[in-house]
Design a protein around this ligand. Structure first.
Ligand code: PEP
Ligand code: MN
Length: 472
């Protein structure tokens, strides 16, 4: 790096979406504690993800980035985590079937607590209160909106508990592709979806049996570096969150030796690098991507693969400059551009961005986020929602524009949930889909306290759409 970078160098820049803590001394104490706690993920896992993302970049794999808009401490339960992982596995199985490619799975999980807001305050009844900024900052309860540093510590422990459970789930055979029924169908009520999914899982079982019968080992794949099992067990699974709270991210940034496979054997010196050990993958949100801002300064120094949200206000020239700042050495698999224009705007912006990046020669992975440009407030219920048809419209436009430009869509970034309501039904937050969820039904099981998520059935609808696109 040409000029000096340190985990704290972001402090000399302006941080958008900053949080004002009433007691700075309390914040410092909490951060000192977080600094002493062990890393949640390791350099070898992080480097392995970067390698797998380089395969996505070279059309050898497809990326699924998905999960909640925001996790909450209360939703950190056995059932919720199991359902989340089950949905991610079901979705990826459908993609594998259609695209005939390995899927890199990154969950918005085990740390996705902080939220950027368009306004610092909000009106609740006749009161104006500070906006809810995510469970690691303040509470959803309007009487609990003062930022509390203890919540950062709580975020660390909820992340580690979630990650521990995910690791144990995936190393205990839950994700075994031979038994997809374990995690897939328990609450899919649509007969068409059930039949389609069963057809795929039976086909896959046959294929696995066949490979075994002819002596091939279906468990080992050249996709994984060095062979062997995935990062978290039988399948690879990685964690991510928006790198918004820089104090916290700094506290978990550690200077650590590169994994042995990346050490230069010719010298006796050990190389090291700065890793954000709170998650494998972090992204910069659309509201914090200012080129001279604190977030970009922080992100340029870490070895983790990163995402950058790209919306309609991004200028092509700005995008290219941003890439030069965060990836000056043009490392493959390092940067994922997550586009989120909105169905009505994608035609205006995506082609120009693709062309500018191509001309710059920067290696990137293009991912479509068809959620964040398509949020609306339902007139009849006042609830924040998204229309399934609009989500599909941005996704299909994205596939088409990449194809027209001779580019390729490398993955999707979705807000979805396998969470069930207390009565055992899927949540009702987005309109439409094969279940034809109507505006009147939105209020029935609306559980998100941030953006609306696709439910289990609506998510599988999207999976089939992408899968069928690649099958053609
Ligand atoms: C998000 O991914 O939840 C989000 C806030 O996205 P964006 O920064 O693209 O608005
Ligand atoms: Mn969101």
């Amino acid at each position: 790096m040409s000029d000096t970078w340190a985990p704290s160098s972001w402090k000399s820049k302006k941080a958008a979406q900053g949080v004002e803590y009433p007691d700075q001394g309390h914040l410092s104490k909490v951060l000192e504690k977080v600094k002493r706690l062990p890393p949640l993920v390791s350099p070898s896992e992080i480097e392995r993800l970067r390698h797998q993302l380089s395969l996505v970049q070279n059309n050898k794999a497809f990326l699924l980035h998905a999960g909640d808009c925001a996790e909450s401490f209360d939703a950190c339960t056995h059932e919720n985590i199991t359902n989340k992982i089950g949905l991610i596995l079901s979705f990826s199985l459908i993609l594998i079937w259609g695209a005939r490619l390995p899927i890199v799975r990154i969950g918005r999980i085990a740390g996705q607590y902080a939220k950027p807001r368009s306004s610092g305050t909000e009106k609740i009844g006749d009161r104006t209160v500070l906006s809810f900024r995510g469970d690691n900052v303040n509470g959803i309860d309007p009487n609990d909106r003062t930022p509390d540093p203890e919540r950062l510590l709580s975020a660390y422990f909820h992340s580690s508990t979630t990650l521990n459970y995910v690791r144990s789930l995936l190393t205990s055979g839950f994700a075994d592709l031979n038994h997809p029924r374990e995690w897939s169908l328990s609450h899919v009520r649509s007969p068409t979806l059930r039949t389609e999914f069963e057809r795929i899982s039976e086909g896959l079982s046959d294929a696995l049996d066949f490979s075994r019968a002819i002596g091939a080992d279906p468990g080992s794949s050249s996709f994984e570096t060095g062979g062997g099992k995935g990062v978290l067990g039988e399948v690879d699974f990685y964690t991510s969150h928006e790198g918004l709270m820089l104090d916290y991210e700094e506290a978990l940034t550690r200077r650590l030796p590169l994994p042995p496979s990346l050490q230069d054997r010719a010298t006796s010196q050990t190389s090291d690098g700065f890793y954000n050990t709170s998650a494998h993958f972090l992204w910069i949100g659309d509201r914090t991507r200012q080129i001279d801002g604190a977030h970009v300064e922080y992100f340029r120094g870490i070895r983790n693969p990163i995402g950058i949200k790209v919306g309609p206000t991004m200028e092509s020239e700005e995008l290219v400059r941003l890439l030069s700042v965060v990836n000056p050495d043009r490392i493959d698999g390092k940067v994922t551009l997550i586009t989120r224009y909105g169905a009505g705007k994608i035609d205006k912006y995506l082609a120009g961005h693709i062309q500018a990046v191509r001309e710059s020669g920067h290696p990137v992975i293009w991912v479509c986020d068809p959620m964040h440009g398509n949020t609306l407030t339902s007139a009849t219920t006042g609830l924040k929602t998204r229309n399934f048809g609009t989500i599909i419209s941005e996704l299909t436009a994205c596939l088409r524009i990449h194809a027209e430009a001779g580019s390729r869509l490398g993955g999707v970034s979705l807000e979805f949930t396998g969470e069930l309501s207390d009565d055992g039904f899927s949540v009702t937050e987005c309109l439409g889909g094969s279940m034809e969820l109507s505006e009147e039904e939105l209020g029935l099981r609306y559980q998100s306290f941030c953006d609306p998520r696709l439910n289990f059935e609506q998510s599988l609808d999207v999976a089939f759409l992408i899968s069928n696109h690649f099958k053609k």
